[in-house]
Design a protein around this ligand. Structure first.
Ligand code: FAD
Length: 295
């Protein structure tokens, strides 16, 4: 199932709310399966709001595709017992990789619970399941919005690694320098796990702006102005978005990023076009080409 390619490619989905959404997700997953990714990941609503939905999608992806599935777990709003029961379920499904997060509790939805930070969740997973799971955690090249200061966020990543994380996936960004400077900061703190950039294909201008505001991802002025200028012309936004994100991915790979994690929003098309333009499969197949690009 796992290929030996040097670049780790993964695609993220979220549990759909409707029957139509479920059909769309299956079609997207089948199209992306053909790219032989290393894994699909499935998000988990904070406080367990999509607990059953996430598990159902994990099962469906396992049945319908050849790709390994890595569910996300967010600990906020949960107690130990609840988290252990989710872990057991994943273990029984043969899941080997987990993305461990804190999550953000929607306003008005219960209390924070026993677990305040993702590092505590990673510790719990190791205490309960030893080395069974490969654990990915979140990292923030432009820093998490609630971080007291930049360095404390880097130290938080270090805390998650000390608790047992094997790798990290970043929040999306459009400025590759943010990622490369972040890697330098990590190296200064002796953080050497693979940190895979999260890639957000550009689908809608206003949605992207809203979401970026919440999660602390910067939309550079040049990108903002250009997307704004397209107005309601969705097709031009997508075409320009493919060009921008393709160029970003190219710079990340040339700069030595260990892989790419696509936030697909359950749509295959944009991620596929970006990967095809990168000619990712020949790149992954051919170690020599990869090394040449890297050096
Ligand atoms: P943490 O690592 O716990 O950090 C949260 C904040 O607390 C940071 O500002 C950190 O600096 C600070 N902090 C941590 N420890 C301490 C401490 N001891 N003292 C003081 N401050 C501290 N959300 C979901 O709900 N479901 C998902 O499936 C999901 N998937 C995601 C996937 C990826 C790849 C990414 C990047 C994010 C995802 N998120 C998801 C969003 C994530 O849950 C939010 O960004 C959340 O606000 C932080 O989660 P975290 O795991 O980074 O938290």
């Amino acid at each position: 199932m796992k290929n030996q390619s040097p670049l780790v490619i993964s695609f993220e989905f979220y549990p759909p709310k409707s029957r139509e959404g479920a059909v769309n997700l299956q079609q997207s997953a089948l199209a992306l399966d053909a790219m032989t990714p290393d894994f699909f990941s499935v998000t988990f609503g904070a406080g367990g709001s999509t607990r059953e939905g996430t598990i159902d999608i994990v099962k469906t992806l396992q049945e319908k595709t050849r790709t390994a599935v890595a569910p996300h777990i967010s600990c906020i709003g949960f107690n130990r017992e609840g988290l252990v029961s989710v872990l057991r379920q994943y273990k029984s499904l043969g899941v080997k990789r987990i993305v461990a997060l804190r999550g953000d509790l929607p306003s008005g939805m219960g209390s924070i619970g026993e677990f305040k930070y993702a590092s505590e969740l990673v510790k719990l997973i190791r205490e309960e399941t030893g080395d069974y799971f490969h654990i990915e955690v979140a990292a923030y090249p432009e820093y998490h919005p609630q971080a007291k200061h930049a360095l404390s966020d880097v130290l938080n990543l270090k805390r998650k690694i000390e608790a047992g994380a094997n790798g990290a996936i970043t929040q999306y960004f459009f400025n590759p320098d943010a990622y490369f400077y972040f890697l330098e900061e990590c190296a200064r703190e002796q953080i050497f796990i693979p940190i895979v950039p999260g890639i957000m294909p550009i689908m809608h201008f206003s949605k992207l702006m809203r979401f970026s505001e919440t999660c602390g991802a910067e939309i550079p002025r040049w990108l903002y102005k250009r997307l704004e200028a397209y107005g309601d012309d969705v097709e031009s936004i997508r075409q320009y978005g493919i060009e921008v994100v393709h160029h970003l991915c190219q710079r990340l790979i040339v700069g030595g990023a260990p892989g790419l994690h696509f936030y697909t929003l359950n749509h295959a098309e944009l991620s596929l076009q970006i990967l095809q333009q990168l000619d990712i499969n020949s790149m992954r197949m051919n170690e020599k080409v990869y090394e040449a690009i890297k050096n």
